[in-house]
Design a protein around this ligand. Sequence first.
Ligand code: HPA
Ligand code: ZN
Length: 327
Amino acid sequence: PASDTFLEALPKAELHVHLEGTLEPALKIILARRNGHPLQNMTEDEIRAGYSFHDLPSFLALYYEGVDLLQTEQDFYDLCYAYLKKVASQNVLYTEMFFDPQLHTRRGVAFGTVITGITRARKDAERDFGIRSQLVMCFIREMSAESAEETFTQALPYLSDIVGVGLDSDEKGNPPAKFANVFRRAREAGLHVTMHCDIDQENTHEHIRQALEDVGSERLDHGLNVLDRPELVAQARERHIPFTVCPFPNMVIRPGSNEKDIRALLDAGMTITINSDDPGYMHSVYMTEALKLARDGANLTPQEVVTISRNAFNAAWIGEAERQTYL
Ligand code: HPA
Ligand code: ZN
């Protein structure tokens, strides 16, 4: 239909995608062959058949299994280049990509191996497809604050390749305040700050409050539970906090969310963006497909879709001169 051409052609920016979550079954098989992993004997369909999750922990179990396939600098290059090539074909002009260095360093892959492969892919993809990208380093929230601090120290030689820091993985019992010191260090080093406040987590309202008031989060990744608390809504509105909404996990983890929550966020005056999250594990729902889910779920008008897409360029951590080239 004509409206899908509209979504395909729309200039897009993505602000919530985990690079490790873009690992598609086909690339998994290539990496498994390259690195002598038993998964090399499986087919793409067999791999996909194992992909079912219903909440954050069951998703993370799948995600962590896939992460182990990434070993060499070339593996990280191939992962990042494939994602950038794919979304460039969807007219994504700019993307801020999360990566999870601790999931690699804790199994003996050097920090430099991870970021060097990714950075090389970013450069090549910009040359080959014109797509611009930046990196946001996430801390793994079920790992210790000390581990996050060590990771930040490891990142110091590479800070020119990192625009911000985030917080992801298992939220239960791991509030933003646990990482207050490392986020302070990151802010002092001039990095931007965002964090996940995942859907329907224990103590979610306190986590959102801490993110906004105590640790200086400039955005909320997911953050849907803001809607339960008028005082959080008011604060997010006053500070123009962008929400990175991800329709695919919404649909799975909180059925009806795209119908109800997206409209409720708009009605409450929130600034929302639409994103993919982990397309390799989510039926290859990349940006165009994520926008479709949001539009069809919340009955967004074309004008609303345009506004939401522009929100992402406005919320991007880029200079004003670059922003003007997109708007
Ligand atoms: N939430 C928390 N951790 C994650 C996610 C997410 O959406 N994706 C990858 N790790
Ligand atoms: Zn996420």
